[in-house]
Write a protein that binds this ligand. Structure first.
Ligand code: GLA
Length: 444
């Protein structure tokens, strides 16, 4: 038997805003202009699809990062966080280049830098204090919560006017992604930032990552009411160390890009739509019902074509080819599962929704190979305990799992996982109570 599993409760807006404000005043001896908050996210299905122009289905967590901020007239930035309140990081935006800022300060500083790089010269320096209850390094997008809360605060502080509309927020998302990619050196595909900035409470967003879509085209709000469906979503953080910038994520990404090039398409979404029948994609045309079935490639035929191209054009070894086809099979099938899940969950067919979560999890484990033993044990245990479905969520290589369980069973299933962890000699996991929560907003 293991210790009782800790459930990390959200801080709540009043407490979060108080903590960020107090830290601000103590650190900078003045009052902040305001307090803003942005949530972490959990992705229900559609994993490692965003950078393949695919589909994802995240919800915003009730766990948020709070930022108290005041603009400055000069270009200096001072940031502090309640993780280490004694340490105020200072940077000057003038002359700053990609990768110049090290450590956590790269994330908020990078947002101001990115906005200026995007041509918003009115963005200047600022002082900011952070307080967060989004677990760090757990695959729940604590970094997006930080960059998105900063982007929204800077939008208000320097009157950019983007934060009040969904289309405007897409610009702020661009700055948040640029900060993470170019200043912090953490590869990210847009799922996390879109979830943090665009999810409505009680909804998941169906995020379509094809380039060039308008804001309206890229997101639909899908109602998600776990209680009405008689279920709970258990989010369990394995606490296995998780890192996206250790090369594995970038390696998966470049394999997908190489595969798309070998198949002669811009991205794997193009072939996914051909194979899956193009639900909701631009390539669906009204008169395609007769032509497509005979012409549409199957998953097998695409993988055969890829194998052939990889051998002849790419000069790849059998081992490399096998690995690449597994990665591509994950991406194509995973994109197809997103709309199937929306459909099943939307019709209250929880059995099917759960099976889709299982299929996604198995695909991530065996084809995309982004799990670690802690994730596998957690998923296996949740399934053995009767979850409708369970899978790792987020980038993988550590981090969290989700399990769709019958209402009232989260605690029990979490405890069984903790017991299994103790048996395997793993550290204690922790869990989060989760409902689909609201996007980033100003609190004070
Ligand atoms: C990380 C990245 C996202 C996405 C997921 C996997 O969270 O930041 O952009 O690629 O991994 O779905």
């Amino acid at each position: 038997m293991s210790q009782e599993v800790e459930f990390i409760e959200p801080m709540g807006d009043d407490a979060g805003a108080d903590r960020a404000s107090t830290l601000f005043t103590e650190s900078f001896s003045e009052e902040p202009m305001g307090v803003w908050a942005a949530p972490g996210r959990v992705n229900l299905i559609g994993e490692h699809t965003d950078y393949n122009a695919g589909l994802c289905l995240p919800i915003a967590l009730p766990h948020r990062t709070y930022i108290a901020l005041a603009p400055r007239a000069d270009t200096r930035v001072r940031v502090v966080s309640d993780i280490n309140p004694e340490e105020i990081m200072e940077v000057d935006l003038a002359g700053l280049a990609a990768g110049d800022v090290k450590g956590w300060a790269a994330y908020p500083v990078g947002v101001a830098w990115a906005l200026r790089e995007m041509g918003f010269d009115q963005v200047r320096g600022f002082d900011a204090a952070f307080s967060s209850c989004v677990p760090l390094g757990s695959g729940l997008s604590s970094s997006a919560a930080m960059t998105c809360s900063t982007a929204l605060a800077l939008d208000d502080a320097f009157s950019l006017g983007f934060g009040s509309t969904d289309a405007g927020r897409v610009k702020l998302i661009e700055a948040a992604i640029k900060s993470e990619n170019d200043m912090a050196g953490a590869s990210t595909g847009g799922l996390d930032q879109n979830a943090s900035m665009r999810c409505e409470a009680g909804h998941a967003i169906r995020l379509d990552c094809r380039p060039g879509l308008s804001a309206v085209e890229s997101v639909t709000q899908e109602p998600v009411d776990f209680a009405a469906a008689g279920v709970e979503l258990l989010v369990l953080d394995t606490q296995a160390p998780h890192q996206l910038n250790d090369g594995q994520y970038a390696e998966r990404r470049s394999t997908c890009e190489r595969a798309a090039a070998l198949l002669g398409v811009d991205n794997l979404r193009v072939v996914a739509d051909q194979v899956n029948g193009a639900a909701g994609s631009a390539s669906t045309s009204n008169d395609s019902s007769e032509a497509v079935p005979s012409a549409a490639p199957t998953l097998d035929s695409v993988l055969e074509q890829l194998t052939e191209q990889a051998r002849v054009v790419g000069g790849m070894s059998d081992e490399e080819i096998e690995r690449m086809t597994k990665r591509v099979r994950h991406v194509i099938t995973e994109i197809g599962r997103v709309d199937e899940f929306v459909d099943a969950f939307g019709h209250g067919d929880i059995e099917t929704a759960g099976q889709l979560l299982d299929a996604s999890g198995d695909s991530l484990r065996y084809d995309y190979e982004v799990t670690v033993p802690e994730l596998d044990v957690a998923v296996d245990t949740a399934r053995a305990e009767g979850a409708y479905g369970a899978r790792m969520t987020g980038g993988g290589f550590g981090g969290s799992i989700i399990a769709l369980v019958a209402a009232g069973r989260s605690k029990e299933v979490a405890q069984k996982i903790a017991d299994a962890f103790a048996d395997h000699g793993f550290g204690a996991p922790r869990a989060l109570p989760v409902q689909p929560a609201a996007k980033a907003e100003r609190i004070r």
